[in-house]
Design a protein around this ligand. Structure first.
Ligand SMILES: [Zn+2]
Length: 680
C-alpha cells in the first residue's frame, strides 16, 4: 500500500477514536491499540512529511516551534451580549421579546462558560483555522494550539464552509492540579485557558487539559432553521454541545419537540424561567467548571433576523450574569487599624450589601490620600467592587451624606497608645514600639499559620492573654504558665494541654519560619529563605554581617534590594532585637538551618547542660556564648534546674545566679569560660 493512502487511513481512524474517547467518553479500542496506531502514524509522517496534513491527529501533541498569532478577519458576526444582573430583568426581557414574536417563539437558556471565546472555521470538511474573539472583527489565529485540544474535531462530515463559536475552558480540579505544579500561578481557570491558547509553543498548550463547548453554528448550506436543529447538527458532526440546556416556550408542541431533540433538558412554559434562573444560580458550584451566568437566546432563525442587532449586541439574546460586580451601600464608620509595624490602615465599615455571592460589611480605604481622592465622609452613599475577586474596595461616592457632609480625617494620634501619628509617603504610622496594638498584632502574626503555626493560639486567645497582661511579648508565649488559665471561661483542662503541646511543638519550627515570624519589617518568608539559601544559615552569621554594617553583602543576594539590605542591618544590630533573639534562643527556638549553622568543633562539652546569664565583654550578643557551647557538643537550657551542670555568669546575672548557688551548681565566669574554650 502506498504511504500517502496509509497515512490518510490511519489519520481518519485515529480521529474517530479521539472523538469516541474525548467527546463521547466511549472508547472502542484499548489505550495500547490506540498508541500502536498513533506510533505507526508518527513513523510514517516522519518518513513522508509531505503527506502529513494540517489536521493530522499528530497535531494534538503540538510542536516546539514558536507560534505566531497573526490577526485575521472574522467572516461571521462575533458580537458580545447585552447583560442583566437580576432574574426579574431577564424575565421582563423574555416577556417583551416573546410578545414581539406573536407568542409562539422558543428560547434556550445555556450556561455562560467562564473561559476563552473561540471561533472555529471549517471548509471542505477540515478545520482551516481558529480565531480568538479579538475585537469582534479581527481575531488572533491560534490554530496550532487549538488543534492540540482533543475535543475539537479536526475533520467533519460537512464539506461546505462552516463557522462554529465556542468557549474553551478548564475544569476547576484540573486547574488546581496544574497551578500546584507551576511556579507562576494563574489567578483562575479562565486566565489559564486564555493563557494556554496564547502559548508560544503548542507542545506546552497540549499539556493543559483544555475542554470546549460549542454553542453557535453558522452553516453556509442553510442547514438548520432553528437553534435547536443547529445544536443537534453540531452534535452529529462530532462537536461537544453543553447538555445543561433549558428550553422555554408558551407553545406546548414546541416544548415537546425540544424534548424529543434533547431528552433530559428542562422544557417549561415562560412562567418557569425565573425559578429556573434562581435554581441554576444557586447550584452553580455543583458543576466542575466555572460559569459566570446564563445566556438566553431566541431559537427561531427567522425571528432572530427580524429582531436584528444593535451596533454592539444581538437583540435576540441576553446574558444573565450571576454576580453584580458592583454594590451600592452606605459608609457607617471608619475603623483605624494599626499593624505590627505601625502602619495605619483605615477600614470602611459598611451597611451590609450582597456582592459577588457574599455579604460585604468592610472594605479597605488604603490611606488618607485615597479617602481625600474619593472625598469620602461618614454617612455617604458609596459604590464598592471586588477587584480580582479579593478584598472589596470603595470605588466612589455616589451621594454625599445630607446630615454631616464632610471628608473623613484620620485621627492625629494612635487610637491605641495616643502617640502622634507620623506620615511617611502615602501612609500614616504609629512609631511607638511599645504601642499595645502593635504588640498584640505582632503576637498574632508570630502564632499565625503562615509563621509559627501555633494553632491553639488564634486571634481570640492571643487577645485574651494579652488583655490579661499574661502574654505581652513573644518570649512570654513560652514562659507563661498556661495552668493559670484553669478556671477561665473557655479554657478546659483539655484545651490547656493542647496549648502547651502546640507551644512546645513550635520550638522545632525551622529557622526560616522563626526568622520570618519575628516580624521584622521587610523580613518575610521570601527574604528569610533567600538569606538561608545564600549561606546566612544561622542567626550568628546574619548578626555578624549586620554588626559590620555590611549591607552590601545582603544586597548581593538575588531578591534582596538595597532597602531590604539596609533594613536587615538595622534589625539585626538593634539591641532590642538582639535581646529578643537571645531570649528565644535560650528558650529553644531554632536559630540555625538544619545542616547549617556553626560547625561542630569537638566534643569537649558533650553531655553538659549550660545556662547562660548576664552580659559579657567578649560575647555580645549572649548567643555568641551559646554558639561556643553548642560547637563543642554542649546543650544550653533557658532556666537553672537540678539538671544544669554549669552556669556561665556575666555581669548582672540576676535571679539565675541565686538559684544556681542554691542548687550548688558550679558558676563559671567569663574569664574561666575563655580558658575552657581555649582547651585549658
Ligand atoms: Zn500606637
Amino acid at each position: 500500500m502506498d504511504a500517502k493512502k496509509r497515512i490518510e487511513e490511519l489519520a481518519a481512524e485515529l480521529l474517530k477514536h479521539q472523538y469516541l474517547y474525548y467527546v463521547r467518553a466511549r472508547p472502542e479500542i484499548s489505550d495500547e491499540e490506540y498508541d500502536r496506531m498513533f506510533d505507526a502514524l508518527l513513523r510514517l509522517e516522519k518518513r513522508f512529511p509531505q503527506y502529513a496534513g494540517a489536521n493530522s491527529p499528530s497535531r494534538r501533541i503540538g510542536s516546539d516551534l514558536d507560534n505566531a498569532f497573526p490577526e485575521k478577519a472574522h467572516t461571521v458576526p462575533v458580537l458580545s451580549l447585552d447583560k442583566v444582573y437580576q432574574a426579574e430583568e431577564l424575565e421582563q426581557w423574555l416577556l417583551k421579546t416573546a410578545a414581539a414574536a406573536g407568542g409562539g417563539a422558543g428560547f434556550t437558556v445555556e450556561e455562560k462558560i467562564d473561559g476563552a471565546s473561540i471561533v472555529l472555521y471549517y471548509d471542505r470538511g477540515e478545520l482551516q483555522y481558529a480565531l480568538t474573539r479579538g475585537n469582534g472583527l479581527l481575531g488572533n489565529d491560534v490554530s496550532a494550539n487549538v488543534r492540540t485540544i482533543s475535543q475539537v474535531p479536526l475533520r467533519i462530515a460537512e464539506s461546505s464552509p462552516l463557522a462554529v463559536r465556542g468557549e474553551i475552558y478548564i475544569m476547576r480540579g484540573d486547574f488546581e492540579r496544574f497551578n500546584s505544579q507551576v511556579a507562576e500561578k494563574y489567578a483562575n481557570p479562565r486566565n489559564l485557558a486564555a493563557g494556554s491558547l496564547r502559548n508560544l509553543k503548542s507542545s506546552l498548550a497540549a499539556r493543559v487539559p483544555l475542554n470546549i463547548f460549542v454553542y453557535e453554528g453558522f452553516f453556509q448550506n442553510g442547514s438548520g432553521r432553528d437553534h435547536l436543529e443547529i445544536l443537534q447538527r453540531l452534535l452529529e458532526l462530532g462537536f461537544r454541545v453543553n447538555p445543561h440546556l433549558g428550553y422555554f416556550s408558551a407553545d406546548e408542541a414546541k416544548r415537546l419537540l425540544a424534548l424529543r431533540l434533547f431528552p433530559g433538558i428542562s422544557a417549561e412554559p415562560l412562567t418557569g424561567l425565573k425559578e429556573y434562573l434562581l435554581r441554576r444560580a444557586a447550584t452553580r458550584a455543583e458543576i466542575p467548571y466555572d460559569i459566570d451566568g446564563l445566556v438566553i437566546k431566541v431559537v427561531e432563525m427567522d425571528f432572530r433576523r427580524e429582531l436584528g442587532t444593535t451596533a454592539h449586541h444581538p437583540r435576540w439574546a441576553m446574558a444573565y450574569k450571576f454576580d453584580s460586580p458592583q454594590g451600592r451601600t452606605v459608609l457607617l464608620d471608619v475603623q483605624v487599624q494599626v499593624g505590627r509595624n505601625g502602619r495605619v490602615t483605615p477600614v470602611a465599615l459598611l451597611k451590609p450589601v450582597a456582592l459577588s455571592g457574599s455579604t460585604v460589611t468592610r472594605a479597605t480605604l488604603h490611606n488618607q490620600d485615597y479617602i481625600d481622592m474619593l472625598e469620602l465622609g461618614i454617612g455617604d452613599e458609596v459604590s464598592i467592587s471586588k477587584r480580582g475577586d479579593v478584598i472589596p474596595a470603595v470605588d466612589e461616592v455616589l451621594e454625599k451624606s445630607e446630615q454631616a457632609p464632610g471628608i473623613y480625617k484620620l485621627p492625629d494620634r494612635c487610637p491605641f497608645c495616643q502617640m502622634p501619628l507620623v506620615k511617611e509617603g502615602a501612609h500614616h504610622f504609629c512609631k511607638n514600639d511599645a504601642c499595645p496594638e502593635r504588640r498584640r498584632r505582632m503576637l498574632e502574626y508570630f502564632c499565625a499559620k503562615e509563621q509559627m503555626d501555633i494553632e491553639t493560639l488564634g486571634e481570640k486567645t492571643i487577645a485574651f492573654l494579652f488583655a490579661k497582661g499574661w502574654v505581652q511579648s513573644i518570649p512570654d508565649i513560652y514562659r507563661f504558665d498556661y495552668g493559670l488559665l484553669a478556671g477561665e471561661e473557655g479554657f478546659k483542662e483539655k484545651k490547656i494541654t493542647r496549648i502547651r503541646a502546640a507551644v512546645e511543638a513550635s520550638k522545632s519550627r525551622p529557622f526560616a519560619k522563626v526568622l520570618a515570624a519575628l516580624g521584622f519589617e521587610g523580613v518575610a518568608s521570601a527574604v528569610a529563605t533567600a538569606l538561608i539559601a545564600n549561606g546566612f544559615d544561622s542567626v550568628e552569621k546574619i548578626v555578624a554581617c549586620a554588626k559590620k554594617n555590611d549591607w552590601e553583602a545582603f544586597a548581593r543576594m538575588e531578591g534582596i534590594g538595597e532597602v531590604t539590605a539596609r533594613l536587615l542591618v538595622e534589625h539585626f544590630s538593634s539591641p532590642v532585637n538582639l535581646k529578643l533573639i537571645a531570649r528565644l534562643r535560650e528558650i529553644g527556638l531554632q536559630f540555625q538551618a538544619a545542616g547549617g549553622g556553626p560547625e561542630r568543633m569537638d566534643d569537649s562539652f558533650a553531655g553538659q547542660v549550660w545556662v547562660v546569664s548576664g552580659t559579657f565583654a567578649n560575647f555580645s550578643p549572649r548567643s555568641l556564648a551559646v554558639t561556643e557551647i553548642e560547637k563543642r557538643g554542649g546543650k544550653v537550657a533557658e532556666s537553672v534546674s537540678s539538671r544544669t551542670n554549669f552556669l556561665l555568669s556575666g555581669s548582672h546575672p540576676g535571679s539565675k545566679l541565686a538559684r544556681a548557688e542554691k542548687l550548688r551548681i558550679p558558676i563559671v565566669t567569663e574569664g574561666e569560660f575563655l580558658k575552657l574554650l581555649a582547651g585549658k
